[in-house]
Design a protein. Structure first.
Lengths: 157, 195
């Protein structure tokens, strides 16, 4: 049995609209971004891999607001939508099998915002390259003070 | 209590999937399907009872679109599992249940585990309190497959399951309902320690 779940990096951004985890080692099996985001107004967090800003991503989501359940799909787009932030929200994003060079990359995200919504999504990056950097962007406004994001690596034995 | 409880900064986080101490999460074993091969089942046997919870993390592919089955202790009894799920297929939200079923099922509401080239389904299943011999076993699963399609064949699901048996879990079988696991399938079993 091998202990795993290593914290690779943590950042606490404020006043910027994106952060990047770069030089990610290829020695893990899955990556996890764990974060708490604060914003001045509603925004969406998106992830991109390896600085690819082309329309090479897609995602399918489901959300519940307390009174409404809905599902959406965004195809051939520039990023994977991993959260919807009202003013604060916690989320986890699992990037599966990120270092393999044979298949496209799939991510699962779950976002809980106690005041407004619960959101889950599956996303695809149509690229077989190993992921070496992950950029997390706020679509509308900057990250506010109090935002914190950590990148973890999990290694299968 | 959640299997995973910790904090980031001043914010406590409860639940699914992360935030654990690095040393509370251990890799137990991994099953893979190598290039050019298929497998009818991936089995984790002789699972140690030294953890509080288990987690399966999968990147799964199929030779034909299909539902994934997960069974415990080689139990395929026709009424021994219960399942509830909700899913989003991009345009619609669905909920349903399979009560008194023969397995825990995963990614079956939408398109299922996919045979599409280069694409796999992602699955994370938490198996809670798996050694307790006083109660049935409960699972929760987040799964999805994204195919860059808008026809309802991309799908995100959240599923709860119950194995109606009080035995400690010492074996897990992962298979597909009628097809086989395809090349590049990667299924890893982790143990999460208790306090």
């Amino acid at each position: 049995m091998t202990a795993t779940y290593d914290c690779i990096a943590t950042t606490n951004p404020s006043g910027v609209q994106s952060i990047t985890f770069s030089s990610i080692p290829g020695t893990y099996t899955d990556l996890i971004i764990a974060g708490v985001g604060f914003a001045s107004t509603e925004t969406y967090y998106e992830i991109q891999f390896n600085s690819d800003t082309g329309n090479n991503y897609s995602f399918t989501s489901i959300l519940g607001t307390g009174s409404v359940a809905a599902s959406g799909g965004t195809k051939n787009t520039y990023a994977i939508g991993v959260t919807r932030i009202e003013t604060q929200s916690a989320f986890l994003c699992h990037i599966m099998n990120y270092a393999n060079t044979t298949t496209y990359k799939t991510a699962l995200a779950r976002n809980s915002n106690g005041g407004q919504i619960v959101y889950q999504a599956v996303g695809l990056w149509r690229n077989t390259n190993a992921i070496t950097s992950v950029t997390l962007k706020s679509q509308i406004v900057n990250f506010n003070s109090g935002s914190t994001f950590s990148l973890y690596g999990i290694k299968a034995e | 209590m959640s299997p995973i409880l910790d904090s980031i900064g001043s914010v406590k986080a409860y639940g699914w999937g992360a935030f654990s101490s690095p040393y509370a999460f251990e890799s137990i074993a991994t099953g893979t399907v190598s290039a050019g091969n298929t497998s009818s089942v991936i089995t984790f046997s002789s699972i140690p009872s030294t953890y509080a919870h288990l987690q399966l993390r999968m990147f799964a592919r199929a030779t034909a679109q299909n539902t994934m089955f997960v069974r415990f202790n080689n139990d395929s009894g026709s009424t021994n599992y219960d399942n509830h799920r909700m899913n989003g297929a991009g345009t619609s939200v669905g909920v349903d249940a399979r009560i008194n079923y023969s397995a825990l099922f995963v990614s079956s509401k939408g398109y299922g585990i996919v045979p599409t080239a280069n694409i796999g389904s992602a699955v994370i299943m938490d198996i809670l309190d798996y050694t307790n011999t006083n109660k049935y076993k409960v699972t929760r699963t987040l799964s999805g497959n994204e195919r860059n399609t808008s026809d309802g064949t991309s799908d995100i699901e959240y599923t709860s399951g119950s194995w109606k048996n009080t035995n400690a879990i010492n074996r897990i079988d992962v298979s597909l309902q009628t097809s086989t696991l395809a090349e590049y399938t990667h299924i890893a079993l982790y143990g999460i320690k208790g306090a």
